[in-house]
Design a protein around this ligand. Structure first.
Ligand SMILES: Nc1ncnc2c1ncn2[C@@H]1O[C@H](COP(=O)(O)OP(=O)(O)OP(=O)(O)O)[C@@H](O)[C@H]1O
Ligand SMILES: [Mg+2]
Length: 246
């Protein structure tokens, strides 16, 4: 069974009077249990649109998406899903310990487990020493790190990250890579978008390239050795798609 499945998804946004933008066109993709899947595509390709549909934040115009065999509209699957949005924004008068505690309680975790998980996650993302400061006073990269911890507080089976490395310094990027690999070793399934090809190549089992809302190519690194660099392969796929549509 696929852990995440996109089935013939189309999403059209209304952008003005009689104006529309089709962000996803007949997009189908299955993500397997335990894999790290990288979602690539130029700016505006439709990556965040697909991810928001998975989180039931927006609804497809046609087609459907499922997580662990249930429609993404089903409430029970929330417990199994961790999500980092593209532009995380939190109750910024809280410090990260308070925020994680709030999220843990909302997920019905007991207070001991919340305390343990908060300490280990804040250490992992390098914020333990800053834990008493309100998020309001955090830098962009620090907010991103809080977002990662928040996505994982309830120990989800399926982890969906929209550009987790964006805004992070090299140490932060390495911490995220190590974190993703640790999650994989625990048997979690990770689906993430990124523009950092170097990182993608390092940690993904498979990648999917989305251009103008259409899945152009899936590469399985176990089965396929790229002849060209990932960057050249990516540029080639954009060219084959006829360039970028505005
Ligand atoms: N709420 C919206 N209303 C209208 N158009 C939208 C909306 N959200 C996204 N779009 C359009 O849909 C297309 C896909 O956007 P999306 O955010 O999914 O791209 P992306 O692949 O995540 O890009 P990036 O790499 O820049 O994050 C873009 O053309 C964008 O302008
Ligand atoms: Mg995006």
């Amino acid at each position: 069974m696929a852990v995440i499945s996109f089935d013939k998804l189309t999403k059209t946004y209304k952008t003005g009077f009689r104006k529309k933008k089709t962000a996803l066109k007949d997009f189908s993709l299955d993500i397997r249990e335990g894999e790290v899947f990288g979602f690539l595509g130029p700016n505006g390709a439709g990556k965040s649109t697909a991810i928001k549909i998975l989180l039931n934040l927006i609804f497809p115009t046609a087609g459907k998406a499922e997580i662990l065999g249930s429609d993404v509209g089903e409430k029970e699957i929330r417990r199994s899903v961790g999500y980092l949005p593209e532009n995380p924004y939190f109750y910024d008068y809280l410090n990260p310990v308070e925020l994680l505690s709030f999220a843990g309680r909302a997920s019905n975790m007991d207070s001991l487990k919340i305390r343990e998980k908060t300490e280990s996650l804040l250490n992992t993302v390098g914020l333990w020493n800053e834990r008493k400061r309100a998020i309001r006073s955090y830098s962009k990269g620090m907010v991103q790190r809080v977002g990662l911890a928040l996505a994982l507080i309830h120990d989800p089976k399926v982890v969906i990250l929209d550009e987790p490395m964006t805004g992070l310094d090299p140490i932060g990027r390495k911490q995220v890579i190590d974190l993703i690999l640790k999650l994989k070793s625990e048997g979690k399934t990770i689906f993430f978008s990124s523009h950092i090809l170097e990182d993608i190549e390092r940690i993904c089992d498979r990648i999917g390239m989305l251009v103008n809302g259409q899945l152009r190519r899936v590469i399985d690194f176990k089965k396929e050795k790229l002849i060209k660099s990932l960057e050249d392969t990516f540029i080639e796929e954009v060219e084959k798609a006829g360039g970028l549509q505005q």
